[in-house]
Design a protein around this ligand. Structure first.
Ligand code: ADP
Ligand code: MG
Length: 278
């Protein structure tokens, strides 16, 4: 796409402002670092705190959708339809009140094919942003959280283009920072070329094992090396209850509200909500 086309496309979507709604992309192109877990449980905890929340699933694996939506609930249309079909709005695909205060825009496997279809579209980066802008005129959310796939392809770029902030889960293991550098580079490019409002909200250390020296060492290294946004004080521990909850289609608070994983997500949600009020 030429710069002129980019500029023109940006101008047409620029009215979508960050005024109230925080649009948070949860991204890290490494798989298995806790993106989906973070997106789902933070969404649920923000909703429980009385915020109006929309979770958008942009991963063809649809893990966030599977996590929260029971298999009996039919998914007629998904984010794939949203991106491909100009006549489909976010309202059309929503699973409303999936939980109190929480709507879900579900994904399905069609999102994989959708990437190929989008590749020839001059406005391919702006699809999600445009749909969010249209929806904003109808109803308002306090938080929109977007789960992303483990790649820096068009689905992640669509998400970064639509977002006001990026939240990066970093798995507390030896190669923790692998990929984070490329992600930050992509964020910088998106900010420069397409979405000047995009900021790095921070990093969250996930799957922290307090019994190991390695976890402690990695955590302090990430805190030292991560130089955009904050590294949240709250860490998400390795917790078997967190690994079990998705198969019951329950958030960690519904599944076992007393476990360490639930306590950590509660603390993280409070930390994020209070940072905003700093
Ligand atoms: N803190 C945790 N402790 C234990 N298991 C976890 C934790 N966070 C996520 N998991 C599990 O690890 C796997 C990968 O997490 P997931 O959130 O799906 O990562 P991603 O979305 O980055 O691929 C999933 O099976 C999930 O249930
Ligand atoms: Mg995932």
């Amino acid at each position: 796409m030429t710069m002129t086309a980019l500029e023109r496309a940006h101008r047409s979507t620029a009215k979508y402002s960050t005024a109230q709604t925080r649009v948070i992309a949860v991204a890290n192109q490494k798989g298995g670092v806790g993106k989906t877990d973070l997106t789902v449980n933070l969404s649920c905890q923000f909703a429980a705190a009385g915020k109006k929340v929309l979770l958008i699933d942009m991963d063809p694996q649809a893990n966030a959708t599977d996590y929260l939506v029971s298999p009996e609930t039919p998914i007629e249309r998904s984010t794939a339809d949203l991106l491909i079909d100009d006549s489909v709005s976010l309202q059309d695909i929503l699973i409303k009140e999936c939980r109190e205060n929480l709507d879900v825009a579900p994904a399905d496997g069609d999102l994989s094919a959708c990437q190929i279809r989008l590749a020839n579209d001059i406005n391919m980066q702006f699809k999600l942003k445009k749909k969010l802008k249209e929806m904003k005129e109808e109803g308002d959310y306090d938080y929109v959280l977007i789960d992303t796939p483990p790649s820096l392809g068009i689905l992640t770029v669509n998400t970064l283009t639509a977002a006001t902030e990026v939240l990066i889960p970093v798995q507390t293991q030896y190669f923790a920072m692998d990929g984070v550098v490329q992600l930050l580079e992509t964020v910088r490019k998106v900010r420069e070329d397409i979405n000047p409002e995009l900021s790095v909200m921070g990093a969250v250390l996930t799957m922290y094992d307090r019994r190991t020296i390695l976890s402690r060492e990695v955590a302090s290294r990430v805190r030292h090396e991560f130089n955009e946004g904050r590294v949240y004080t709250t860490v998400i521990p390795v917790n078997v209850r967190l690994a079990e909850a998705p198969s019951y289609h329950k958030s960690i608070f519904e599944y076992d509200s007393g476990c360490n994983g639930a306590k950590a997500y509660d603390a993280l949600a409070q930390e994020i909500l209070s940072c905003r009020e700093d």
